[in-house]
Design a protein around this ligand. Structure first.
Ligand code: HEC
Ligand code: HEC
Length: 174
């Protein structure tokens, strides 16, 4: 956080803090589950999920093909020629379309995250808690063999979001 202390103007500092947090937020490990069309993506190239699945009414998939058919409570390493795994987490589900991040600028994502009408009714303290403590968000740092984790630690990410809020939760220009 000390790198940001030298930015005297709080608004500029706040935007810089969010840009740093954006290295996590815009990473495919996060955005693959925040698509605009109810269809998850896979890998660093964000190809459409094979087989084609939809989040459905509650994000857990459709009746015929729930996510839990394949995604267990923990990551399951697969055997094969390359190191890989099927991601797993107790809360595995697709984010609703109103929380879509793919195809949006960091400024647009920022506006969305701080807006209770689009973030699931969360105030800023609840957003901070979600980023810092939610187990599904935490999967990003522990995605299993064959998948690149998001940068840093969830603790440091929580502190960045805290500092962003403390400086007024300002967003980059859309
Ligand atoms: C397996 C899919 C999945 C992954 C991976 C995932 N999310 Fe989400 N995310 C969801 C779902 C489902 C919701 C809505 C339910 C909820 O709020 O818990 C959500 C909601 C959110 C919200 C609150 C609403 C909003 O968009 O403002 C934030 C913030 C968030 N996620 C951050 C992250 C971050 C940061 C990462 C990566 C480190 C991440 N998510 C990775 C599925 C995912
Ligand atoms: C028929 C099995 C199956 C079903 C059903 C399924 N998945 Fe997957 N999913 C997989 C496999 C296998 C992988 C790993 C593929 C790989 O790494 O190449 C995967 C990978 C993913 C990834 C990529 C993670 C990353 O960052 O690369 C996301 C996101 C995902 N699934 C979300 C979902 C969601 C959400 C649902 C339910 C709506 C779902 N999946 C349903 C088999 C399935």
């Amino acid at each position: 956080m000390s790198a940001f202390a030298s930015i005297a103007d709080p608004t500029t500092r706040s935007v810089a803090l969010f840009r740093e947090a954006g290295r996590v937020i815009t990473h495919p490990r996060c955005t693959n589950c925040h698509p605009p069309d109810d269809k998850p993506r896979q890998g660093m190239d964000q190809r459409v999920h094979v087989p084609t699945v939809s989040g459905g009414p509650d994000g857990h998939g459709t009746a015929g093909l729930p996510c839990s058919t394949c995604h267990q409570a923990t990551n399951s390493p697969t055997t094969g020629e390359t190191v890989a795994s099927i991601p797993g987490n107790p809360k595995w589900a697709l984010a609703p379309v109103k929380m879509a991040w793919i195809g949006k600028s960091l400024g647009q994502i920022c506006e969305q995250i701080r807006s209770p009408s689009r973030n699931g009714g969360k105030n800023l303290a609840e957003i901070q808690k979600h980023m810092a403590e939610d187990v599904l968000v935490g999967w990003g740092w522990n995605p299993g063999p064959g998948l690149e984790p998001v940068p840093g630690t969830q603790k440091a990410f929580g502190e960045l979001i805290q500092a962003w809020i403390a400086t007024g939760a300002h967003c980059p220009k859309p």
